[in-house]
Design a binder for this molecule. Structure first.
Ligand SMILES: Cc1cc2nc3c(=O)[nH]c(=O)nc-3n(C[C@H](O)[C@H](O)[C@H](O)COP(=O)(O)O)c2cc1C
Length: 355
């Protein structure tokens, strides 16, 4: 167990604070010979950047590969990637030095370490997720060699549920066309109205991200403690603001009868239903893996709220700075990233499971 390193074979260490010099990652255990370019990493990073619509921060994220890649291919050695923090307006955060922002990690980090980088949350900032996305650009590329694809989208935002893949109005192509990463054009415009309303009120919203993993062969997962679903849950719940996850029918399965919920394979290995979300006994069943993760509303809000300071005083304060009204659309590539890291690791582990 390590606080800043994730994975057993495909191992990723992330480093850096929101307003320090750089943020970055070291990927160790990626097989040699994988073609990867800075452009491919930058493309993934640009999906995580805030847009003028639901945020206002201009973070230019230009990755630099420091090691582990030669002539466009991985060497099998550690791959170090950094992104310089160009837009470090720490002044915005001077007022935060002595207060604990509600819904943020300020109070608990200080309780643990006795000291914290108050500028934008330091290491607990959403900016740390950039490192995961950079590392996962490599994992995703590795997975394409095995025909595995990962697609995530905003499945609900600001209280508005969006259509599911089996429902009318759902369109995979629409996801990256609109800023909210909603799978329906109509849904996107309705949600944007709601987001603007909340922006006007100085408030924020939460929502859910759904994720569909296709092409995963049956047999990946490491029971009993590193079951596929357990590992995905830990990976996704490690993303800031994520408060829940459910696989397949999820919490609705608790209301079903066994006869309604059971997924039984037919002789050709196919399943008629997928209530289990593609995982049985912690091992992939060969079906698509499906989960949904819940994200809380952005904690930093302009609306005045009660805030505790270091001297034990409670006062009314608005949290200034540049924040997304809703982080859910930006969490979409981060969910894909953590998923890719888990699946890449299991794929490599599966190669030593049997003779
Ligand atoms: C991609 C991403 C971007 C985020 N951006 C912001 C932000 O702009 N403002 C904010 O208050 N919280 C933001 N967060 C959420 C906080 O980082 C998070 O809620 C906080 O660190 C407390 O952690 P917890 O919610 O997991 O307990 C972001 C999270 C992610 C994943």
């Amino acid at each position: 167990m390590s606080a800043n390193t994730f994975g057993r074979i495909f191992r990723v260490t992330t480093f850096g604070e929101s307003h320090g010099h750089v943020v970055g990652c070291v990927v160790d255990g990626c097989p040699a010979g994988l073609e990867i370019s800075v452009d491919e990493i930058e493309k993934e990073l640009s999906r995580r950047r805030p847009s003028a619509y639901y945020g206002s921060r201009d973070e230019k994220d230009t990755p630099e590969i420091l090691s582990g890649v030669f002539e466009g291919k991985t060497l099998g050695s550690p791959i170090a990637i950094i992104v310089r923090n160009a837009n470090q307006e720490s002044r915005d955060y001077d007022e935060l030095k002595d207060i604990y922002r509600p819904g943020h990690a300020d109070f608990s980090w200080e309780a643990k370490y006795g000291f914290r980088d108050h500028r934008g949350g330091g290491r607990s900032s959403g900016r740390e997720t950039l490192c995961r996305v950079a590392a996962a650009a490599i994992a995703k590329k590795f997975l394409t060699l095995s025909g595995i694809t990962i697609r995530a989208w905003t499945s609900s935002i600001a209280g508005l549920a969006q259509p599911s893949p089996n429902e009318d109005g759902f369109d995979f192509d629409e996801i990256e066309r609109n800023l909210l990463r909603v799978p329906s054009k109509k849904g996107a415009s309705e949600a944007m109205v709601k987001i603007e309303e909340l922006r006007g009120e100085g408030d924020s919203a939460g929502g859910t991200v759904s994720c569909l993993i296709s092409g995963v062969p049956a047999g990946l997962g490491e029971p009993v403690f590193d079951k596929m679903d357990a590992r995905l849950a830990a990976a996704v719940l490690s993303i800031g603001a994520c408060k829940g996850i459910e696989f397949g029918a999820g919490f609705a399965a608790a209301l079903m009868k066994g006869s309604e919920n059971n997924d039984a394979p037919s002789p050709d290995g196919k399943f008629a239903t997928n209530n289990c979300g593609g995982v049985l006994g912690g091992i992939s069943s060969g079906q698509e893996i499906f989960f949904r993760a819940a994200f809380k509303p952005t904690p930093s809000i302009l609306k005045p709220q009660k805030v505790l300071d270091r001297n034990g005083n409670v006062k009314e304060a608005a949290i200034k700075g540049r924040h997304d009204v809703c982080i859910v659309p930006r969490a979409v590539p981060v969910v894909e990233a953590m998923t890719a890291l888990v699946i890449a690791d299991f794929l490599l582990l599966s190669r030593c499971a049997k003779i």
